[in-house]
Design a protein around this ligand. Sequence first.
Ligand code: ZN
Length: 151
Amino acid sequence: MPESSRNTPKSVDPGRLRLDGDQASTGALLGMRCLDCGISVFGQAVFCQACSSARLEPVDLSRTGTLYSYTIVRVPPEGWPGPVPYVLGEVELPEGPHILAEVIDVAHDALRIGMEVRLALEEVQSGDSGPVFSVYKWAPATESTLGTGEV
Ligand SMILES: [Zn+2]
């Protein structure tokens, strides 16, 4: 076995998050762009939601966006692996799609609509010895101590 036999994390949703690098420590959000009207959507699509064209091409979406809306969640869904309460943010990308994900590394009273955020990947293990998944989240873009990719 190679020395780095540690479980490399898997994308929590391969249709929406592609992982890059040997340790899958970086990645990109995936979308589709319509060749006819130019809109982009998050995730996979067979036809354009705006003009019904089937001429779509896969694209990497922006790694930064602005906070469009957020909710502080105090009663999480069953099986939620992280701390509570947490922040669920709706982020608008420059291409147009809105993406829901947890907002990390920010104090609740520092949240502002319109603040710039950036993609952050966090590893989450399912159970005590289950597979490790990489999950996409948002973190403040101005934070210099962004802990992406660390274990
Ligand atoms: Zn279209």
